[in-house]
Structures are given as structure tokens and as C-alpha cells.
Write a protein that binds this ligand. Structure first.
Ligand code: SF4
Length: 182
């Protein structure tokens, strides 16, 4: 699932109504999804989904373009900005939904292709306060440094400032397996 950090495993397929999703056999979500996961494929089939590049012409209007033209335009403009203002005039902003491999490639693209030191990702805003609190309390800034399925065997689970029943419903399966009073 592309949405939240629980990263439930899903499979996409084709049904009579378009793209359909089903939970995959994955230890994190153990056959379940929340409402966001179940409805994730809805955006794939909407008629106005952007499926090809658009370039803004001299008249200010966006018009369809082929990929080579669009990519050449982006590369030319990035080079021009770098030549005129230096590499740090370019910045790259990734997201927590990237796979490890994509995050690695984005870092290489920023540092080697663009030459910029300006790279960050959306988790900075999301997690920096949690990392600071983890460091202050435990000397460690990791939120969950073990497989989520390990919760099944826990004797004690402390939830502070979190309500996974609201925000990550599939996680509740693991808490229930732990036979705790939640
Ligand atoms: S909890 Fe919901 S939004 Fe998060 S990964 Fe699982 S299905 Fe997606």
C-alpha cells in the first residue's frame, strides 16, 4: 500500500470494475487492509488521471508532449538553473513511500547528477520530533527497530501518543495476538 508507514502488502489485479486490490500474504498486515488501502486503486482508473507529460507553451496553456521532449525540457532547465546559480540552487524532496532502492537512486541523482547538497524528505517534518524524543528517553532514535510481527509475543506494549486502531488498523491484529488489554 502506498499510503502510510505500516506499508501493508497488497496485490493489484483487474476486475470488472477496473483495478482491484487485495491484501497479500505479508506478515505486517496479515491479510488485512484499512479503508485507505482498500480504496487506493481508485485513483488509477479515474478518467482525468495524468498519463502523459504536459508542457506549458508560450501561451501559458498546458499541452500534451512526448516523453523525450518533456525530459529534454526538464534536463535543459535544470542545467540552466545550475549554470546560472550553482548546484545548490536545485533541491530534491523525496517521500517516505519510496522503496529503499528508489530512495538510494534519488540520493545518487541529487548528489552525482545534479551536484546539490540540498536533499531532504517528508519524514523530516514527520519524525524529527519523535527522533529527538527517542534520543532523549532511550538514547536511540528508532521507532520500531524490530519486525512488527514480534509484537505478537510481547508481554507489555506501551503506546504513547498513538492510536493505531484509528491510524493503522491492521496493526491491531498483532496487538490482539499479544493477548493484551488494549
Ligand atoms: S494501514 Fe492502511 S494506509 Fe497504512 S499501509 Fe496499511 S492499508 Fe495502507
Amino acid at each position: 500500500c502506498p499510503y502510510c508507514a505500516l506499508q501493508c502488502g497488497t496485490r493489484l489485479g483487474h476486475g470488472a470494475s477496473g483495478t482491484v486490490v487485495e491484501p497479500s500474504d505479508f506478515p505486517v498486515n496479515d491479510g488485512s487492509l484499512c479503508q485507505k488501502g482498500w480504496t487506493a486503486p481508485a485513483v488509477l482508473d479515474v478518467p482525468d488521471r495524468l498519463r502523459r507529460p504536459l508542457l506549458r507553451g508560450p501561451d501559458g496553456r498546458l499541452a500534451p508532449a512526448d516523453w523525450d521532449t518533456a525530459l529534454d525540457t526538464v534536463a535543459t532547465r535544470l542545467r540552466r538553473i545550475r549554470d546560472e546559480h550553482g548546484p545548490d540552487a536545485l533541491a530534491v524532496f523525496g517521500g517516505g513511500g519510496l522503496t529503499n532502492e528508489k530512495a538510494y537512486l534519488l540520493g545518487k541523482f541529487a548528489r552525482l547528477a545534479l551536484g546539490t547538497s540540498q536533499i531532504d524528505y517528508n519524514g523530516r517534518f514527520c519524525m524529527s520530533s519523535a527522533a529527538a524524543a527517542g534520543n532523549a528517553a532511550f538514547g536511540l532514535d528508532r521507532g520500531l527497530p524490530f519486525p512488527v510481527a514480534d509484537l505478537d509475543a510481547a508481554d507489555t506494549i506501551l503506546l504513547a501518543g498513538a492510536n493505531p486502531a484509528e491510524t493503522m488498523p491492521p496493526l491491531m491484529r498483532h496487538l490482539r495476538k499479544a493477548d493484551l488489554i488494549v
